[in-house]
Design a protein around this ligand. Structure first.
Ligand code: SF4
Length: 576
């Protein structure tokens, strides 16, 4: 376990697989921080990619820091993994934030670095505190008070010009103003003022003159030439020495709950030649290659890629496979890799609910997939469902139970042929309405209702042999929803949480701001959202139309950038 390894041991382990850190940077020293433990941070491909990009920039050196597994005893400040330099001694602190639930860790880390928490209380004597990652281009507002500038969007094209402009300035404010004017995707919260209506709803984010009213996301139009793969292999990650490789960005299917399917539009695939080259690099380091993307099974030529790139002992794994995309060749690949568990995500139990979320999977396709997997020697199955989706009724909850039983039946029939019965694990995840999705107007289901639904499913499936049910804690989802849908006033809740040692029950009781206002309130159609200032190219009217279609159970076709301009991202002129 990583927690038993001290810093020098971790460095040694990483050195064996090639760390890339440079010793000196005359332009800037950066400490890249993942606001969670080493084990979690090093499992994140985005974090690893930014580490490589920064160290490849001329004159820039980048080290890493993580949340310690156990709080340090005594007053010693948080320091970097590579050189042990205090975090506060770097020119720049760059947070990479993938999950809203890590917001409290951000405050903990700033405190452990002995830095003032609010940006307004820091100046040129402190490091510039920046943040990027998926959360920053969904809704950075709840942590806007703590950050000097955010990288909004895909950072590959934003980081080089940012460091071209960067200088160790005395007048930080003017430098930030100049950079915010010049760089697409750079958001400086202090240059914008949040305004509210008398009823407490958000009114506007007012910008300083000469600044864009909306921040256009940075975006990589063509994935050719941008390598996103593991930089360092370490056994102390979820993927244990697996060489990870991003095959695609975005997803063509448009599931209405999924932020990745909207903010990364249009779907893009990395060219085969480049993937093959990355796989060759990966094979020189590990026999395990993990293909990553929201839509791995949509990659054109996936089967050929695996077949042509595989050596005798190369094992491929896939971060996502759709039940309707299990071709014979792909199944043969899974079998060859001796895959023990495959995942199917029906997400909802009833056909009605799957139409509402635009899942586009029929019950027959799900049952066929389960049977095919078993016949091809994959003994265990993991099923993902969401509960608390908009318009969900108890009939829809019961449909999850029925579908699980049917899958179990199909699974059993096919298992008998093989003479071996595997396990089914049902994973229940609470729906959180996410910014920039058609469900951004929806309310989250109340925690007691969610608990009741979980209990109902667990009780009904408890007696089914070889089947387990796992559910995440609805209270955790409540906090995630608060941070996902919040505005700048939520910063005060975070600070109060820190004062109460992250005891949320105590914090919410003491807070003058009611968290239910953000979590449980269905938003008005004309409501302005705190995250509306981020411009992903998607029309808000399209998202609203999608929400209405969801309520009527109407499906929407998949993305086809060659012929479509439906959501606004693919301008007709930019079509290939
Ligand atoms: S314009 Fe059409 S193809 Fe392009 S991202 Fe939007 S829905 Fe997908």
């Amino acid at each position: 376990m990583a927690r038993k390894k001290d810093r020098s041991r971790l460095r040694l382990l990483e050195a064996e697989t090639g760390t890339i850190h440079k010793e000196h940077g005359d332009r800037a020293s950066v400490v890249l921080i993942y606001p969670n433990t080493y084990h979690v941070g090093m499992s994140n491909l985005g974090f690893q990619t930014i580490y490589r990009i920064l160290n490849e920039l001329d004159g820039v050196t980048c080290e890493r820091a993580f949340l310690p597994e156990t709080p340090p005893s005594g007053p010693k400040a948080l320091s970097s993994l590579e050189s042990g330099k205090p975090v506060a001694a770097f020119d720049i602190i760059a947070f990479s934030i993938s999950f809203e639930n890590d917001f409290p860790n951000l405050l903990t880390i700033l405190e452990m670095a002995h830095l003032p928490l609010r940006a307004v209380d820091r100046d040129h004597r402190h490091p510039l505190v920046t943040a990027g990652g998926a959360v920053s281009f969904l809704n950075p507002e709840p942590i806007a008070d703590f950050i000097d500038c955010f990288f909004i969007g895909e950072a590959e094209n934003l980081l080089p010009p940012f460091f071209d402009l960067f200088s160790r300035q005395d007048d930080r404010k003017s430098w930030l103003q100049k950079s915010a004017r010049q760089l697409t995707g750079l958001y400086v919260p202090a240059l914008y003022k949040d305004k509210y209506n008398p009823d407490g709803t958000f009114k506007a984010l007012e910008s300083n003159p000469n600044l864009p009213e909306r921040i256009r996301r940075a975006y990589v139009a063509d994935l050719a030439g941008t390598r996103t793969c593991s930089t360092i292999l370490t056994p102390h990650t979820t993927f244990d020495q697996t060489f990870l490789l991003e095959v695609s960005r975005g997803c063509p299917h448009g599931c209405r709950f999924c932020a990745a399917g909207f903010v990364y539009r249009p779907p893009r695939f990395r060219p085969s030649k480049e993937l093959q080259d990355c796989i060759q690099t990966g094979k020189s380091l590990s026999r395990r290659i993990g293909l990553v993307g929201a839509a791995v099974s949509d990659l054109p030529g996936l089967e050929t890629l695996c077949r042509d790139s595989a050596g005798d002992d190369t094992e491929f794994s896939f971060s996502s496979l759709r039940a309707d995309a299990l071709s014979d060749e792909l199944l043969a690949q899974l079998k060859k890799n001796k895959v023990k568990t495959a995942t199917i995500a029906p997400d909802a139990g009833s056909e009605r609910m799957r139409a509402c979320i635009n899942k586009g999977l029929s019950e027959k396709e799900i049952l066929d997939a389960a049977a095919k997997l078993v016949v091809n020697g994959i003994p265990n199955l993991k099923l993902y469902f969401m509960i608390g989706l908009p318009t969900e009724t108890m009939q829809d909850v019961d449909a999850i139970i029925e579908l699980c039983k049917k899958i179990k039946h199909a699974f059993l029939e096919s298992s008998r042929v093989k003479g071996k019965i595997g396990r089914i694990t049902v994973s229940l995840n609470t729906f959180v309405p996410k910014p920039h999705t058609p469900f951004q107007w929806a309310a989250m289901d109340e925690v007691p209702v969610l608990k009741k639904k979980i209990k109902r499913i667990k009780q009904a499936l408890n007696t089914v042999p070889n089947l387990n049910v796992h559910a995440d804690a609805p209270r955790r989802a409540y906090i995630q929803a608060l941070f996902s849908r919040g505005d700048r006033r939520v910063a005060d809740i975070l600070l109060l949480g820190r004062d109460n040692q992250w005891n949320w029950a105590k914090t919410f009781k003491a807070s003058v701001i009611d968290p239910d206002f953000y979590v449980y309130r269905k938003r008005g159609q004309d409501e302005v959202f705190p995250w509306d200032f981020i411009d992903h190219g998607i029309k808000k009217s399209f998202l609203l139309a999608e929400y209405k279609r969801a309520e009527k159970g109407k499906r929407t076709k998949e993305c086809d950038p060659r012929s479509c301009s439906l959501c606004g991202v693919c301008h007709p002129r930019s079509r290939p």
